[in-house]
Write a protein that binds this ligand. Structure first.
Ligand code: UDP
Length: 330
């Protein structure tokens, strides 16, 4: 019998590429589908890459058949909140409708397992600043809503079929492969650690701190930053869970503790030995003061054991990658 494969959509992007790397290190057979609108072909290293869109059902169906795909890990999505506010239909089309189209192909091809990349943005602004999986979902922007709708579509489809799923809600992903093979290369990045490293590297003049009057210890926003390798390993653990016959699950992925913007900037300065010039700006609309994962379920259910829960280590991997990009732009 031909070996089955894992289809990784968006596998040429920041998070998807780190998952592809770990899957291949574990000896899994992988095929990547990416339209390269935001991804980089070199991010998949030597994994097979098909350039196309997940909503292109003819391409997807042919791929599922050709590679005997029994698992789909679905990362292909747009993720920029202000862009989703300006152009909501772009997000509903790409994040929600395309997921539905992909699922139709999966059902037709008899795919068994589906791992969905979701987000803490589905929680909106939880009153306590801590979100557990059963915290009511209340997204406050089209990005969060588009992902929550994708979650619902997936859950309904699974209820009506034999498909099993794991929905993983990411908190603040940061850092890069510690071996320096791949990393985040997104142009005009907005994520704090990446932007701070770009400032330290001299690619940007300064970093705006969005809000210094939050009810937090130093007045700046607090987030649960998780290293991309730990995030990636959670996907492998979720797959193991499903393959062992586990029920469909929805899990937060975070460390369960947070750092303020100023703490992150202090780490970037420590690690890089450079000053990060800042400008204090007003709060960004829709930013919660604090957002931390209640992250016990993934540890107890999947036996997930993070390896990189240390802010300076996370930042060092991002800083090393930023320096490589300076020498060798992607
Ligand atoms: N942030 C900031 N300046 C930036 C980018 C982010 O002050 O240039 C803050 C932001 O207000 C939040 C935290 O850093 O408190 C993390 O923001 P990011 O955009 O990385 O992720 P989010 O939590 O919005 O998903």
């Amino acid at each position: 019998m031909k070996q089955t494969s894992i289809l990784v959509t968006g596998g040429a992007g920041y998070i998807g590429s780190h998952v592809v790397l770990q899957l291949r290190e574990r000896g899994e057979r992988v095929v990547v589908l990416d339209d390269l609108s935001r991804g980089f072909p070199q991010a998949v290293l030597d994994a097979p890459l098909v350039t196309g869109h997940v909503a292109d059902s003819a391409t997807v169906s042919a791929l599922l058949r050709e590679y005997q795909v029994d698992t789909v890990m679905h990362f292909a999505a747009f993720t920029i909140v202000p862009e989703s506010v300006r152009d909501p239909l772009k997000y509903y089309r790409n994040n929600t409708c395309a997921t539905a189209a992909l699922l139709e192909c999966c059902l037709a091809a008899g795919v068994r397992y589906f791992v969905l990349s979701s987000t803490a943005a589905v929680y909106g602004i939880p009153a306590s600043g801590v979100a557990a999986e059963d915290t009511p979902t209340a997204p406050i922007n089209p990005y969060g809503t588009s992902k929550l709708m994708a979650e619902w579509v997936l859950a309904s489809v699974a209820q009506a079929s034999a498909l099993k799923f794991a929905t993983l809600r990411y908190f603040n992903v940061a850092g890069s492969d510690r071996a320096g093979r791949i990393g985040q290369a997104t142009p005009n990045a907005t994520l704090l650690v990446k932007v701070a490293c770009e400032v330290a590297a001299g690619k940007r003049a300064e970093l705006e701190i969005f809000g210094t009057d939050y009810p937090t210890p130093d007045g700046t926003g607090v987030r649960d930053y998780i290293h991309v390798e730990d995030l990636a390993s959670a996907h492998l653990d979720a797959l193991t869970w499903l393959r062992r016959g586990g029920d469909s699950i929805t899990l937060n992925i975070g460390y369960g503790h947070g750092y303020s913007v100023r703490e992150v900037l202090a780490s970037v300065e420590r690690v890089s030995g450079r000053k990060v010039k800042v400008r204090e700006s007003p709060r960004r609309p829709g930013d919660p003061p604090t957002l931390i994962a209640s992250a016990d379920r993934i540890r107890s259910q999947l036996q997930w054991r993070p390896q990189v829960d240390d802010l300076d280590t996370i930042v060092r991997s991002a800083w090393n990658w930023e320096q490589r990009l300076l020498r060798e732009p992607w």
